[in-house]
Each structure stands twice: as C-alpha cells, then as structure tokens.
Design a protein around this ligand. Structure first.
Ligand code: NAD
Length: 474
C-alpha cells in the first residue's frame, strides 16, 4: 500500500496544512502499512469551505443525476473490491474472504441502493393546503470508526450524497486506507468538486474542528458513546443536527422452548464475528436456569472451533484485534471477569499459542456471569461472551434491558410468534428473531445511550433531509 500524503478537498488531492503523519498498522504483522496525513484545523476549514461552496449546485442537481454519480461510484468500488478486501483485512484484521463479503460487499451494494433510492424517492407530498418538500440538510460531516470502516462510511456518504448534502468525511485514523480508495473512486466518477471531501487525522483535533465549524449543518457520527457525548456537547453550540450510532451490549435471549443447539451456535457466531468488534454483537447470552449446563457445554464446544490466526492464511475464522490497545483492553476485561467470579468455560487472558506477532486474543466464554458485573455491563469489543441465567421471561427481559445501551439483540424461541412478543419488550433498535440477520434496507440504530437516529435504507437518507412546508391559501 502506498503512503498517502494528501487530502481530497474540492475535487483535488491537496497537500495538508501540517507535516505530521499517522502510521496505519497491519493488525496481524504489527508492521506499518502506510502513513496518512494528520490533518489539522486548517484542513478542516478548507474542506468545509469546499463543501459549502458546492452545496447549492449539488442540492439543486436533479436526484436522477445524483443517482448517476452514485451508480458510477458503485461500479468503481465493485471494480476495486478485491483490493479493498485486502486493505481492510490488513488494517482491521478480519480474514480476507469474510472481509470481501462483509466489509466490502455490503458497502458496495449500499452505493447501488442509494442510487436507486434517489431516483425513486417521493421528494414532495401534499397535505391539506400545504406542499411538503424534502430538502438536503446542508453540509454533512461524517465521522466513522474502524471496525467496519467502509460499511460505516457508505451508510453515511451514499445516503448524504443521495439526499443532496455535500460531505466532509473524517474516517477512523486506525483504519483509514479504504477511505482513500473511496476518494479515488469518487474522483474517477467525475463527482463535482466539493461534493465529497476527505480529511484524515485524529478525533480531538481535526474531528472536533469539523464538529465545531459554524458552516457545518449536520454531524453524522459512528463510534464510542464517550466520543458521541463529546460531539453532542461541541455541536450544541451551533445547534447542529447530530446523528449518533454508538456502542452496545446486546443480549441474545434464549427462551425455554428454543432449539438450544441452533440458538447457542447462532449467539456465539453473533458475538465473535470480526473478533467481537461489532457494535451490535450479541455479547450476553441469557439462558433459562434449568438449561444452563447444557447451554454452557454447547457454547464451549462451538467457541473452541473458532480458530484464530492469519487473516490472509485462508483457514482462520478469527483474525487479530485491530490494535495493541484494543488487545490489551480486551485481556484486561477477561482478567476482570475472572476476578469478579465468572467461570471460564473456554479461552482466557493469555495470548493464543504460536502467534508471536499480531494483536490476537483467545475467544473466551464466561459462564454464570452476574448481570450487574463489569463484563456484563460494559462494551468489551472483543470475542468475549457472557452467559447469564434467568428464572422466568420477565426476568430475562429485565436483564436484557438492564444496561445503558439499547442497540441490538436477539430472541430465540419455539416459534417466531413467541420470539416476537419478547422482542417487542426489548428497548433496542433491532432484534434478530430466531437467527434473523442484518438487512441493508431496514433502519439500524440505537435506543438509550446507543445513539440517536437511524441509518440504512430510506430511513438513513431521511436523516440527511429537512422538511419544508410551502403554505398556500386554504
Ligand atoms: P471512537 O469513538 O474512538 O472513534 C470513532 C471516530 O470518532 C474516529 O474517527 C475518531 O477519530 C473520532 N473521534 C473521536 N473523538 C472525537 C471527538 N472528540 N470529536 C470528533 N471526532 C472524534 O470509536 P472507535 O474506537 O473508532 O470505534 C469503536 C466504537 O464504535 C465502539 O464503541 C462501537 O460500539 C462503536 N460503533 C457503533 C456502531 C453503531 O452503528 N452503533 C457501529 C460501529 C461501531
């Protein structure tokens, strides 16, 4: 991967204001993959100025013409899919085959979807003596994390551009290389200057300069609840619209009549995907007290099959964690779980054997976890599953809802009808019914401290739209 020493602003690759750079580290080799500019306030201001200047033209461009550009971006990304999968396998650590399907397939499809939606959306409607017009919010700053980096970028950038917003993207400094490829694709698609701008750097410096800027109308953020709170505070000074996709501590509720084998296996998979670095990971498995021993044995057996190793090697199911800091944090949580008295059914805090390089941890399953313990309350963001028992359905719902978060969850039962009844009692934005899966067209977002607003589908584009009422004489 070549070094990246320029930012993409106003339709051009430009030299950043300062000389500082950030190393992007390969999670499995611990080597530097490339360096990127550590942008500063001047870069943020230049990008916002370009986006502001482009806004009137882009928002007035007919949606069908905006759709044509999005279609070209979709095609351009598709053509570079393999390269993107390899880059993300390097910077994030997800095995390359899985990366191709999940980290790349979904965002590429999303650009295609928003192209279609822009062409089909009902941009106006009449109610009584008013015509209600949907208009772009304005300049949108999109700030994204590292765990599904291109997916989170596409969910924001494609929706914002389809809506008629102009965009400044600040990708994660931990996994930014995919965003530079996207900028090249957008440039090659001939998107007018200033419609899409890319600045790289750290959150507290370039990120906050963007959030603070008076010419920015909206911030769409995905990341930790801690940073989301800070962004909300900074954005409040100029009353910006803020959409937040934050952390989670989701529960998989297994009811007494569920197919236990399928439910436990499905939960372990939903917890360990991307080495547990998934905001909607099912990190708490709730099982009836009477079925604990059986569930614990199945979980340990399934988890033991999660081979850990080189993301480019072809056989490992799990790669390393994204960084040394993340690995250390996860191991600390595993030690904390042991200290708090949970049973280790599989895994543990030690490094996995025979992997001298790379930020690997052992997939770990804890049994008999107390619902109020640290590992059952805090987001670990690693392959760590906590099994918690409950006496009856009411208690299961109480435990599932008993964290600060409300992002996702799952319910397993003898029938979809019964599972749905319990799902409706969960205070979360999405619930998988008997192994149901993520849907690109359904709204995705959190209740409580998991965030505000929704991404994906038409709901995601609506976040970037204002309502305007044209009032006629009655
Ligand atoms: P993070 O909050 O550290 O960083 C996310 C992004 O915000 C990065 O680009 C970072 O540079 C920027 N940032 C940090 N502080 C900032 C500030 N003060 N002002 C402006 N920008 C700032 O999160 P992360 O470690 O990259 O990602 C992991 C977190 O993201 C987890 O908590 C996870 O649950 C969450 N997440 C949520 C969703 C969701 O859809 N709800 C999806 C993925 C990840």
């Amino acid at each position: 991967m070549q070094n990246r020493n320029q930012l993409y602003i106003n339709g051009q690759w430009v030299t950043p204001s300062g000389r500082n750079t950030i190393d992007v580290i390969n999670a499995s080799t611990e080597e530097v993959m490339a360096t990127i500019p550590d942008g500063d306030e001047n870069d943020a201001h230049a990008a916002v100025a370009a986006a502001r200047a482009a806004f009137d033209g882009w928002s007035a461009t007919p949606p069908a013409a905006r759709a044509d550009y999005l279609r070209k971006i979709h095609e351009g990304l598709k053509a570079r899919s393999q390269e993107l999968a390899e880059v993300i396998a390097g910077e994030v650590g997800m095995p390359v085959k899985l990366s191709a399907a999940i980290q790349v397939g979904s965002p590429v499809a999303n650009f295609g979807y928003y192209a279609k939606l822009a062409g089909e959306f009902e941009w106006e409607e009449v109610t009584g003596h008013s015509r209600v017009v949907r208009e772009a919010v304005g300049v949108a700053v999109c700030i994204t994390p590292w765990n599904y980096p291109l997916h989170q970028i596409a969910a924001k950038v494609a929706a914002a551009m389809a809506a008629g917003c102009t965009v400044v993207l600040k990708p994660s400094e931990v996994a930014p290389l995919n965003a530079f490829i996207l900028a090249e694709v957008i440039d090659a698609a001939g998107v007018p200057p200033g419609v899409f701008n890319l600045v790289s750097g750290t959150g507290p410096v370039v990120g906050e300069a963007l959030v603070r800027h008076a010419d920015v109308d909206m911030v769409s953020f995905t990341g930790s609840t801690r940073a989301g709170k800070r962004i909300s505070e900074v954005a409040a000074a100029t009353v910006k619209r803020v959409a937040l996709e934050l952390g989670g501590k989701s529960a998989s509720v297994i009811l007494d009549d569920a197919d236990l084998g399928a439910a436990v296996k499905g939960t372990v998979n939903a917890c360990f995907l991307n080495s547990g670095q998934t905001c909607s990971a099912h990190t708490r498995m709730l099982v009836p007290e009477s079925r604990y021993e059986e569930a614990a044995a199945i979980a340990a057996e399934v988890a033991a099959k999660f081979t850990v190793g080189d993301p480019f090697g072809g056989t490992a199911k799990l790669g390393p964690l994204v960084s040394a800091a993340q690995r250390d944090r996860v191991r600390d949580y595993i030690r904390k779980g042991i200290e708090e008295g949970a049973e280790v059914l599989c895994g543990g805090p030690d490094a996995p054997a025979d992997l001298p390089k790379g930020y690997y941890v052992q997939p770990t399953v804890f049994g008999r976890v107390k619902p109020d313990s640290t590992i059952a309350q805090e987001e670990i963001f690693g392959p760590v599953l906590s099994i918690i028992t409950y006496k009856d359905e009411d208690e299961a719902v109480r435990i599932a809802n008993g964290t600060l978060y409300g992002l996702a969850g799952g319910v397993w039962a003898g029938s979809d009808e019964r599972a749905q009844q319990v799902a409706r009692r969960l205070r979360t934005g999405q619930v998988d019914i008997n192994g149901g899966a993520f849907n690109l067209f359904a709204p995705f977002g959190g209740y409580k401290q998991s965030g505000r607003g929704r991404e994906m589908g038409k709901y995601g584009m609506e976040e970037f739209l204002e309502y305007k009422s044209l009032q006629f004489k009655p």
